[in-house]
Design a protein. Sequence first.
Length: 245
Amino acid sequence: MSLLQIDRLERLAQFDGEDTCDLVNVIQDSFGLEFTSYDLVEAETVARLAKVISEKLTHPRSERCLSAIVFYRLRRTLRELFQSTRAQVRPQTRLDELMLWTSRRTGWRRLQEHMGLILPSLIFPLWLLCLDMAGSVAVVWMCAPGFLRFTGGGLLLAVAWFPTIFILLKLSSPFARSFPRGCRTVGELAKATLARNYNKIAKESGGASPLEILQVLRQLIAVETGLEVEDVSGETAFPEGLGIY
């Protein structure tokens, strides 16, 4: 096997992680394309991945700003669903001013249905994640005497922690009502929605320039990985620079 082939296999091995596979699948779905192994080998940075995407897309170039198109669509839907005035729904308007905690999951679902687009998922607040982690540790600790009676009980105890945390997260899922990072305002949500639904919007309104594709890709990666957009630059190594596996 040549050094070139070895380098190629090592590069492709970086895409075997579950988080990385999920991210690649979301990018493919959002832009309506499919990467080859050659594409993934070439896309060593976010900018180079954006170049690969731009070369694969065939939408005619739009004369309009796609982010603005999505914002106006989002504003119209927010006004219809939440009886907000036009002045109340601006790019800098915070989403928590429009969507109360108590009814946010229902409102988020209705917003997605009315727009006919995929929205980023609501997430667990940090305090709830910490509470679930502490609760799972407490449950496993209480069960420790029973497990440690057996040979290999320590290993069994460690393995038991995973289903415990899964069950607690499942039980607390109705409280996953925090907005994703990078989606705290109406303007940010419009950009994230464009990123997640680029192919559908570009079919309706035309495509973006290569530079705009890079911005859309940065937004998509940031939301999907829980990073701030500023933390995802064109020079960011893909995927190893994203802190995912």
